[in-house]
Write a protein that binds this ligand. Structure first.
Ligand code: GLV
Length: 314
């Protein structure tokens, strides 16, 4: 069977070698093609990261498309429009959960231990111990509790911070045992959150969800961490709330426009830390292994995990 890989961010041979190795383990004979270099070749399965719609439109024999990341917003609507019957399958963790947990844990500790205040003091050669908030009052709120959210929440709970969550339905299969509110209780959830960790998928319902009114519900001095998609937050409103001091800090990995334009005022805000969309990166080895296991399941007539619900958009 033929697999096409469209990933402009990664040397093709890394995908080909990893896929060939795992194909051998699953007993499947595969042929892997570089879709960016050979866009006319047809394939049964496509592994893609932000593919060009024209290329996708020309693929007429697809049995499934694998998204080489956790978030499917860049492909789901296009695939659904072009090939409505073809399932879209996202990566399930594949080594990203631990990276996300590291990223969020650093952000929570940085906020809790007032590292930004100490950086500001250092710039003025000022030696002044600051009080720590009681840990039991430093509630970390997870907005979104999919695989990334659950991995991060588990780590933060293991660090002895109180946690709670808010999800679309108010339900979670993560088994964390923490309170979980539905999205229609967002205001109450935000009011009880000292560090807001945004790990929601970007969908029609979540685009611009965190605007001035929503973010103002956070208590004075709250911190924000966004490692999902930039467009969930209104960046201008976020800046206003940082300027006014309502928000104490923001750790941002994702932005409405990426790379973040060089004239964006977020770059220069002293209470903002910026990383270039690296919180949880796709790992070729574990991802190739997972995709081959899922293709083997499809070949056996089974439905693999991670199939995107196109009505929900994730
Ligand atoms: C990265 O942002 C991903 O969706 O995996």
């Amino acid at each position: 069977m033929r697999l096409a890989v469209w990933d402009p961010d990664e040397p093709f041979r890394r995908w080909r070698d990893a896929l060939m190795q795992h194909a051998k383990e699953t007993g499947l004979a595969i042929d892997v093609i570089d879709a960016c270099a050979d866009p006319d070749a047809q394939a049964e399965f496509a592994l893609v990261w932000r593919p060009e719609p024209d290329w996708l439109a020309g693929q007429l024999g697809l049995r499934a498309v694998f998204n080489l990341g956790a978030g499917v917003d860049a492909i789901a609507p296009t695939l659904h429009r072009l090939h409505p019957g073809v399932p879209l399958i996202r990566l399930e963790d594949a080594g990203m959960g631990r990276q996300m947990a590291d990223y969020v844990a650093e952000g929570v500790l940085h906020a809790y231990r007032r590292m930004m205040d100490y950086s500001a003091q250092q710039a003025r050669q000022r030696w002044e111990p600051l009080p720590l908030p009681p840990r039991a009052s430093f509630t970390v709120g997870f907005l979104g509790l999919g695989q990334m959210g659950a991995a991060a929440a588990r780590r933060v709970a293991a660090m002895d911070f109180p946690i709670h969550a808010c999800t679309r339905s108010g339900q979670s299969s993560a088994g964390l045992g923490c309170p979980v509110a539905a999205l229609d209780r967002l205001d109450e959830f935000l009011a009880q959150t000292r560090v807001l960790v945004v790990l929601l998928p970007l969908t029609a319902d979540t685009r611009g969800l965190l605007d001035y009114a929503a973010l103002s519900r956070l208590p004075q001095g709250a911190h924000l961490i966004n490692a999902s998609r930039g467009a969930v937050i209104d960046q201008a409103d976020l800046l206003d709330l940082l300027h006014g001091g309502h928000l104490a800090s923001a750790l941002l990995d994702v932005f409405a426009t990426e790379p973040l334009p060089s004239d964006d005022p977020l770059w220069r805000h002293s209470r903002v830390r910026i990383t270039p969309h690296v919180a949880a990166q796709t790992l070729v080895g574990p991802s190739a292994a997972q995709v081959m296991r899922k293709i083997a399941a499809i070949e056996r007539g089974e439905r693999p995990g991670g199939v995107v619900d196109m009505r929900l958009g994730y």
